[in-house]
Design a protein around this ligand. Structure first.
Ligand code: OSB
Ligand code: MG
Length: 367
């Protein structure tokens, strides 16, 4: 029983964003990902998406390092393997240090394949209970555009808006925007741009009305985050700091945060992410699912994740049309009245539109 991996494929997808994504770390104009597919004897295909960036501005991995590791390290380990449960992929990859984003892409594909073999939607296979997931959008633009972008997001039905901030952002301008929409949830994401020297500046964001402030300090700055948690009323949420279940334990031990952003790519895939979810539940740590400016395969996995009990904050779930002229899944993801309905189909629940990937987008088929 179980599944035996017969074929593995990689496809490169490279498409421009409709509008530049501007954060303190990087401006993203174009996105390249790798769609990983795994096929078993039955002919079912599972899909994953490798969402590392072109340069190491968010994590150490890059899409080029991932392609190398996928082709030359993970693919040889995987070929012909029999699995009784998708958790065994994490075990198989244990001898490979780091490279969590590359591992996650393969892991996702195997979890999708298992759910398809069991003829269950992936969200059900992992224990999800929500039938619709609350949407959430990110405003990553110049300060002069924030007001307009928030108004657009509100008109499109989004109930949660995350705004990118840094020490030069004017908290009073943000406060006037936030107070305009008392019925919406606002998150702030600082992407680690504050430090010990400007700690007092962070406190000026405390009465803007944000539900949480994401990653004010650098990824290893546990003590500074603990200080912020003790001194601010706004909840402190960690993104870049959390690469493993051990990092969540560290956050808990150091009292360095109230909430964790779940990103399967940063954590190495479903197995480690599910461990994080369990630990957060035990310690009443808040959770939500973060985005990676990704395409529909990664989004579909994230929607399944957001269906799990205990993930109470709305995640980075915007419609396919927010970033892309055309997504790679059918149907595309759309937001209706601030929500995204989960697919009732098996696995990730969406067709992957590989036929419409342009030839220049294809990198390698290992079938
Ligand atoms: O810091 O949360 C982040 C996108 C890429 C890399 C890091 C981050 C983000 C986002 C999410 O803010 C954007 C999205 O995909 O909706
Ligand atoms: Mg973030």
């Amino acid at each position: 029983m179980g599944i035996t991996i017969k074929e593995i494929g990689f496809k490169k997808v490279r498409r421009p964003l409709k509008t530049p994504f501007k954060s303190v770390l990087q401006q993203v104009d174009e996105r390249e990902v790798i769609v990983v597919s795994v096929r078993d004897e039955s002919g079912d295909i599972g899909y994953g998406e490798c969402v590392a960036f072109e340069t190491p501005w968010y994590t150490e991995e890059t899409i080029t390092s991932c392609r190398f590791v996928l082709e030359h390290v993970l693919l040889p380990l995987l070929t012909g393997q029999n699995f009784q449960h998708p958790k065994e992929v994490w075990e198989l990859f244990k001898a490979v240090k780091g490279n969590r984003m590359a591992k996650a892409a393969v892991e996702m594909a195997v979890w999708d394949l298992f759910a398809k073999q069991q003829q269950q939607p992936l969200w059900q296979f992992v224990g999800g209970t929500l039938k619709a997931v609350p949407a959430g959008i990110v405003v990553a633009a110049d300060p002069s555009q924030i007001g307009d972008r928030v108004a657009q997001a509100n008109n499109a039905g989004y109930k949660r808006i995350k705004i990118k901030i840094h020490p030069d952002t004017d908290p009073f301008v943000l406060k006037s925007v936030v107070t305009n929409y008392p019925e919406l949830l606002f998150f702030a994401d600082a992407n680690g741009s504050f430090n010990k020297a400007n700690f007092e500046r962070l406190k000026e964001f405390d009465d803007v009305g944000f539900t949480l402030i994401e990653q004010p300090f650098g990824e290893r700055e546990w003590a500074l985050h603990a200080r912020a948690k003790a001194q601010l009323n706004t909840k402190i949420c960690l993104d870049e700091s959390i690469s493993s279940v051990d990092d969540v334990q560290q956050m808990i031990d150091m009292k360095a945060g109230d909430i964790v952003v779940l990103k399967m790519s940063r954590l190495g895939g479903w197995t480690e992410t599910l461990k994080v979810v369990e630990l957060c539940r035990e310690h009443s740590i808040g959770m939500w699912v973060g985005g990676m400016i990704e395409f529909g395969v990664s989004k579909a996995h994230n929607l399944a994740l957001a269906s799990l009990p205990g993930i109470e904050y709305p995640g980075d779930f915007s419609a396919s049309t927010h970033f892309w002229e055309k997504d790679i899944i059918e149907p595309e993801i759309f937001v209706d009245n601030g929500e995204i309905q989960l697919s009732q189909l098996t696995g990730i629940g969406y067709k992957v539109d590989t036929a419409h990937l342009s030839p220049s987008e294809e990198v390698k088929e290992c079938f």
